[in-house]
Design a protein around this ligand. Structure first.
Ligand code: BES
Ligand code: MN
Ligand code: ZN
Length: 498
């Protein structure tokens, strides 16, 4: 997709559709007023007739404009004539793009960056328009014979006054980077487990490193993991015919001595549950169990494209969880890389087995912070549904920064407590730790387990089980939490002095 800024008067623009906003009570946005004047009061007539009340998310497509070069105008309701919340702004943008999914519409001019949004500037609005439009037109057609897509939008121009040119141009670059990061994460997520294997994921990481010279990629094979003593991780992959891969991405664009931000992503390319086999309904969705890993790749793509002056390490432990003859059995006891022993009471709690060795591995980077992202627990869906990702961590400042970044990016998180009291549930009669903590507070006990391997640094855990993909009719990857992490990284470049 092609993005640009447009500062010329509206009536002179050549495009398939111009998008303008209308507030409640028949109040037109500045661009709607301009178009209304140049079309003989056309928009005013439609609004006065009551065809558009101006409620947020409502749309009317005017597809014939007499005596004008303009092909179409899309009116979008914005709600009350006041500053919009970031959420309502996204809602209006989504409504707009969803009503333009027609093959005739290839080029659009969006005049919605002029809307006031509480605490957000032109840069944010431009970036958000690009992200939302891109997200909405994405379709996974790779494996269909008929590759016809719903939407043919190829070009978006954002109108802005000359005085905002610099802000909007930087918003375009940012939006494009995040959108491409999300696309990569979504593509990998939607790809089925027979194609997206640990080896495939590793190849895609290597490709990313070839595209962006600032990203260096290394892959550890099982022998290398064995040398490091990654007994927990390797125990999971023993149950599968696909060899595990440990993907290491190294992006060093910050100060030479600045401690890195380490991003860890669960890369389980298919989770059958192992010997504690999952039920059949919905099991196909366990191809999405690598979405944490995919989001690490997407976020690094975005960081590299924005050339953020930071040091970032991406770590993706990748494996399948299958019920092979050599698979983990309930009761098995493993020795993790940290030396702590783990009793496997349920082989379906495999994510934490991958992550614990990865967290121990992260120590060698002397990290400033470690953030892991994982489709870790079904319990997170019970607790929070599919709106925010779960957030837990051992550092309030880091958790607050992530919460703020999520709010800004419209990719929200909600913090759950990580209290000592919960550790009780992970006691094992035979090992240092059990890998499950019973049926109560499953998201919290999973994080408690991880915290035992994250004592040497500031750490936060994002449980993205409810947010990494949509289920049902619109089943598909969301690309979350790439927007949140990208925003966190951008914020770090604004506040970091070192
Ligand atoms: N990948 C799953 C978590 C999951 C389940 C995400 C459903 C999204 C939807 C994870 O490996 C898992 O199986 N977790 C178990 C943990 C339990 C055995 C303690 C779960 O949530 O059932
Ligand atoms: Mn599992
Ligand atoms: Zn899993």
């Amino acid at each position: 997709m092609n993005y640009s800024i447009e500062t010329a008067p509206l009536e002179e623009l050549q495009c398939d559709c111009i998008i303008v906003g209308v507030y409640q009570d028949q109040q037109l946005s500045p661009s709607a007023i301009a178009l209304n004047n140049s079309t003989n009061g056309l928009i005013g007539n439609i609004v006065n007739r009551g065809d558009l009340s101006g409620k947020n998310g409502e749309t009317v497509l005017i597809n014939a404009i007499p005596n004008s070069k303009i092909e179409r105008i899309l009116l979008v309701g914005l709600g009350e004539n006041a500053a919009l919340s970031g959420k309502d702004y996204k809602k209006a943008l989504l409504a707009a793009v969803n009503s333009l999914k027609k093959p005739q519409i290839k080029t659009v001019v969006c005049c919605l960056a002029e809307c006031e949004v509480t605490a957000r500037d032109w840069q944010w609005k431009a970036s958000h328009i690009i992200e939302v439009f891109n997200d909405a037109v994405y379709q996974f057609t790779e494996l269909k014979s008929d590759k016809e897509t719903e939407s043919k939008i190829e070009k978006i121009s954002i109108t802005a006054p000359e005085t905002e040119r610099i802000a909007v141009e930087s918003g375009l670059l940012q939006g494009k980077a995040i959108a491409e990061g999300m696309n990569l994460a979504k593509q990998l997520g939607d790809l089925p487990g027979n194609l997206c294997t640990p080896s495939y994921l590793a190849e895609q990481a290597i490709k990313l490193g070839q595209t962006y010279s600032s990203i260096e990629v290394n892959i550890l094979e099982e022998a290398g993991m064995a040398d490091l003593g990654m007994g927990a991780l390797l125990s999971v992959s023993r149950g599968s015919r696909q060899p595990a891969k440990f993907i290491i991405l190294d992006y060093q664009c910050g100060e030479k001595n600045a401690k890195p931000i380490v991003l860890v992503g669960k890369g389980l390319t298919f989770d059958a549950g192992g010997i504690s086999l999952k039920q059949a309904p919905g099991m196909d969705e366990m191809k999405y169990d690598m979405c944490g890993g995919a989001a690490v790749l997407g976020t690094l793509l975005a960081a590299a494209q924005m050339q953020l002056p930071l040091n970032i390490i991406g770590l993706i432990p990748s494996s399948e969880n299958m019920p092979d003859g050599d698979a983990n059995k309930p009761g098995d006891i493993l020795t993790s890389m940290s030396g702590q022993t783990i009793e496997v009471l349920n082989t379906d709690a495999e994510g934490r087995l991958l992550l614990c060795d990865t967290l121990t591995y992260a120590e060698r980077y002397n990290p400033d912070v470690v953030i892991d992202l994982a489709t870790l627990t079904g319990a997170c869906l019970v607790a929070l549904g599919r709106i925010p990702s779960g957030l837990l961590g051992n550092d309030d400042a880091l958790c607050n920064d992530l919460t703020a970044a999520g709010e800004c990016a419209n990719d929200t998180v909600w913090r759950l407590p990580l209290w000592e009291e919960y550790q009780e549930q992970l006691k094992s009669n035979f090992a240092d730790l059990a890998n499950v903590g019973g049926k109560d507070g499953g998201t919290i006990t999973a994080a408690c387990f991880l915290s035992k391997f994250a004592e040497k640094f500031r750490w936060a855990h994002l449980d993205i089980a409810g947010t990494a993909w949509r289920t049902g009719q619109t089943k598909g990857s969301t690309g979350r939490p790439v927007p949140l992490l990208s925003q966190y990284l951008i914020n770090r470049t604004l506040t970091d002095k070192s």
